[in-house]
Design a protein around this ligand. Sequence first.
Ligand code: PGA
Length: 242
Amino acid sequence: MIKLDDFSSFFVANWKLNGNFQFIDQFISKLSLPKDRSKCVVICPSSIHLDYISKHKIGFYVGSQNVSQHKEGAFTGEISAESLSDLNVSFCIVGHSERRQIFYEKDEDINLKSANLIANKLIPIVCVGETLEQKEKGITNQVLAKQLKASIPNSSNFGNTIIAYEPVWAIGTGLTPTIEEINNTHHFLKNHNPKFNNYKILYGGSVKSNNVKDIISLSNVDGALIGGASLNSDEFTKIIED
Ligand code: PGA
């Protein structure tokens, strides 16, 4: 398993349902990685491209966007944590809000998925985040604490799991919380329960080259999860550059 403490920050590209072999070849040939090797760069393509990108990667890590909550058996169409580990995949996004909202994933599923990943020495990147309605009701912290409590398995610790805070209303919208709000929410996530004091917590939701530096420099932010802006190799290079 990757030693998370070896890295100062994490930049995770979530390509969602985008990309093909030609796109991957072009992206890799144009991508320029940071000189600072303490920055951990992770690319999460669609499942069908995991093997190809694992074999062609240079200097970055590969992550999956999802995994089955089941270990094996009669679960047509599913992909197990063990299969991901066979492909040299090191990370896996779990509980992204698109999975929670469109595919009805529950905290309990996310908990099982994360436990399976940890058992197979992959790092789950567990996503939590409030909706706009929850934010407007002033219950963001309550919602996040509840999601974390239910979706982080007992086997999880700061050395084998990453948390990503992604406000649902900030994903793909160009909207972000203020810098102060991001830092305060990350501070809450790390401090509301001593278990989470040392966890790495990434921010996600409309991260771009023009806001990443302000976000990443916050004391409670350990990296970024990047969707739309990670599909352009020039923009992604600017996001990860020194
Ligand atoms: P975005 O997506 O950067 O396009 O807002 C982030 C995510 O969905 O992880």
